[in-house]
Design a protein. Structure first.
Length: 309
């Protein structure tokens, strides 16, 4: 159980033009999703229900404004939250799908959650990936337990040291205390294997998976700066896709960081290469938002076309 996670530090990241740089379990593990949803207790902290709203660049609640779209997902993850997120995106599309001439800019999502329902966390993780969202944790927010699934599944993710915490999945004590040791071992090991496979599919370093599974349910392991760097700030698939579109991107990014650190302006060549990411992301973000919008539209039709009793 996680009581609290220190809200310290902040992601040390390079920003260009004021913009941050930017499945479910299947196959033989398909059974894991329902098992986890019913029995996995990632967090027993009493927390407020999740809210979804616009935020400013520091992750504080704010009204929608022109420019970079920033969302804040805060509170405990509960059943129905993914539908809540998709509905929010659908209703506020004009404030999220911002066009700057090359297509929509990236979507920033701050996470501030103690975790919660594992099935819903997996749904939210899938939707954030579909939105091509950049997930941020810190300096005033934290992400614990099943919230880590949202973080690691996002194409782009950044966090402050100590702002992300994990522990092993577990059954609530009332479900375990009357089991034999053999049955308890079998059931817990099934859960561990399913979660381990999900994390490995996303290339989470084995050392971090072991630290997660090694942390008891009565405590938590806070990811260090070294852990977060090992995970990286981009999913491997996203980085390779970006390099296919923008071959010189990593060099330009490193050069941009150096220039900013030394107090210099970016040269035009570096700017042009970095802008290549926005060119690539724009159509992908629009496509994801369109799919979400289509699902919401169909759901509305289904809801209001039901015959009245």
């Amino acid at each position: 159980m996680i009581a609290t996670v220190p809200k310290i530090g902040g992601p040390d990241k390079f920003r260009s033009h004021g913009k941050p740089l930017m499945t479910f379990i299947s196959g033989p593990f398909a059974w894991s999703l329902r098992l986890l949803a019913l029995l996995l207790a990632f967090s027993q902290v009493s927390a407020l229900a999740m809210t979804i709203e616009f935020a400013d660049s520091a992750g504080k609640r704010a009204s929608a404004s022109k420019g970079l779209p920033i969302l804040l997902l805060s509170g405990e993850i509960k059943s129905g939250d993914n539908e809540k997120l998709e509905r929010f995106v659908y209703v506020n599309r004009k404030d999220i799908d911002v066009d700057i001439g090359v297509g929509p800019v990236r979507i920033i999502v701050f996470l501030d959650s103690p975790g919660g329902d594992i099935e819903e966390a997996l749904k939210l993780a899938t939707t954030l990936k579909e939105m091509m969202a950049e997930v941020e944790v810190g300096p005033r927010t934290h992400c614990a337990s099943s919230c880590f699934l949202l973080y690691v599944n996002a194409p782009i993710h950044n966090a402050a040291a100590g702002a992300v915490a994990v522990h092993r999945p577990y059954y609530p004590s009332e479900k375990v205390r009357d089991l034999s040791a053999t049955d308890a071992a079998r059931l817990h090991n099934e859960i561990y294997r399913g979660l381990k496979k999900w994390l490995q599919d996303r290339l989470v370093p084995q050392a971090i998976i072991e630290k997660m599974l090694g942390a008891p349910s009565s405590g938590a392991y806070e990811l260090t700066r070294e852990d977060l760097d090992a995970i990286g700030d981009r999913a491997a698939w996203y980085e390779e896709w970006l390099l296919a579109r923008c071959p010189d991107y990593l060099r330009a990014e490193a050069e941009g960081k150096r220039l900013v650190a030394e107090g210099h302006e970016l040269d035009k060549q570096t700017e042009d290469v970095l802008d290549c990411e926005a060119d690539a992301l724009g159509p992908e973000i629009s496509a994801g938002l369109n799919r979400i919008g289509a699902r919401q539209f169909q759901a509305a039709i289904k809801k209001y076309s039901k015959p009245k009793n």
